[in-house]
Ligand binder design. Structure first.
Ligand SMILES: *Cc1c(COP(=O)(O)O)cnc(C)c1O
Length: 377
């Protein structure tokens, strides 16, 4: 039996062609031809007011924290069940993270538990659209408005996904995407900041260019550039953008294929959910499904451990992730002590199944049958 890996980056075939083009153009630092093509693509297709490619989603989040002038002592409300970068970006500016629990049937932040966490120090709410499935954004945006807070969407997993008719990453004042090799659309490492409020556009460019107004200089708007703010080097080489552009040209094809994979997993595992053995992803009516990943939730941590081992014994590589951040070695003593049972349930019991473009239908069936055998015992 061949080995079914967890992830495998998909190449469209044009990546190296475009990289060669970028190299031959002799403009391979940031903001070259391919970066512009990617920016145009995103602004046109999703109507983001402004986008800036970055070297990672982590960097886009760090840019957001600088752009919002987060100061020591400011409070940021974010889920505990997420990747480190979601909150580390704000901790770097001195912020305190106030973790909100996940929903009962979905790892996203529970919008009903946000308002009680707001204090006079709260500045930002960071919804993370887990698996590309939207958080319930209308109530979140409404709470933010009522308390004069900013919303930064961690849309790392949310390419081509929607809340009602709005693209994820276009709803908060800022949004951050990832093109890491484990995401739907990739460039190895890579990311993007979306800016949906005019007032942040100019300063975002400056922060991304080491605190200089070089972008405006290159557009011919000013006759010399200099140091005008704090910043860092957040822009990727045009070689990265060349790779990314090859992926973007194929986004519809990639998404169609991934949705087929997702639907097959869901159809073949549904009987186990109906028999109340496992839980499967819940997609609220307000959310689209961009088929970023497929997961199931076991009843207990022990059962998860055994199931992962059973899959491994059958040459299938499944993984879990996100140890709740409020219990992490770094933050556990800084957390205010509230229990976050739903976050812990997903940390303890969620399994991600192999998921990549080239995964074959027979391989999916092999995975689901292997799981069915486990539960038949
Ligand atoms: C992947 C991911 C990130 C980090 O993305 P990088 O591009 O690797 O920095 C942040 N948040 C979430 C929710 C992610 O899934």
């Amino acid at each position: 039996m061949n080995f079914i890996s967890f992830n495998k980056p998909y190449l469209t075939g044009k990546e190296t062609t475009y990289i060669t083009e970028a190299v031959l153009s002799q403009k391979i630092s940031g903001d070259g031809i391919f970066t512009k093509k990617c920016h145009d693509f995103f602004e046109k297709r999703y109507g983001f007011k402004k986008v800036l490619l970055t070297t990672s989603c982590t960097d886009a989040l760090e840019m957001a924290a600088i752009l919002l002038d987060i100061q020591p002592g400011d409070e940021v409300i974010a889920p505990s069940y997420t990747f480190v970068s979601t909150v580390n970006a704000f901790v770097l500016r001195g912020a305190k993270i106030v973790f909100v629990d996940s929903k009962y049937n979905n790892p996203n932040m529970d919008e009903d538990k946000i308002e009680q966490l707001i204090t006079t120090k709260t500045k930002v709410i960071v919804p993370v659209h887990y698996a590309g499935i939207a958080c319930n954004m209308d109530p979140i945006v409404e709470i933010a408005k009522r308390h004069n807070l900013i919303v930064v969407e961690d849309a790392a997993q949310s390419i081509d996904s929607y809340y009602k008719d709005k693209p994820l990453g276009s709803i908060g004042q800022l949004g951050a995407f990832s093109f890491h090799e484990t995401k739907n659309i990739i460039s190895g490492e890579g990311g993007m900041l979306t800016i949906n409020d005019d007032k942040y556009c100019k300063r975002a460019e400056i922060i991304r260019e080491k605190g200089t107004n070089r972008s405006a200089f290159f557009r011919g708007e000013i006759d010399k550039y200099g140091w005008v703010d704090i910043g860092s080097s957040f822009l990727p080489s045009d070689i990265i953008a060349a790779f990314l552009y090859a992926q973007l040209e194929n986004i519809d094809n990639i998404q169609t294929k991934r949705k087929l994979i997702w639907n097959q997993y869901h159809a073949e595992l549904s009987p186990l959910e109906q028999a109340d053995r496992i839980s499967l992803p819940n997609i609220p009516t307000y959310a689209s499904n961009n088929a970023h990943l497929y997961y199931l939730v076991t009843k207990t941590p022990e059962e998860r451990e055994k199931l992962i081992a059973h899959l491994r014994a059958n040459n299938i590589y499944a993984v879990f992730h996100y140890l709740s951040l409020h219990k992490s070695p770094y933050y556990k003593d800084k957390h205010d002590g509230r229990e976050l049972p739903n976050s812990e349930k997903f940390s303890d019991c969620l399994i991600r199944l192999p998921f990549y473009y080239e995964l074959q239908s027979e391989e999916i069936t092999r995975v689901t049958q292997c799981i069915a055998h486990f539960y038949a015992k």
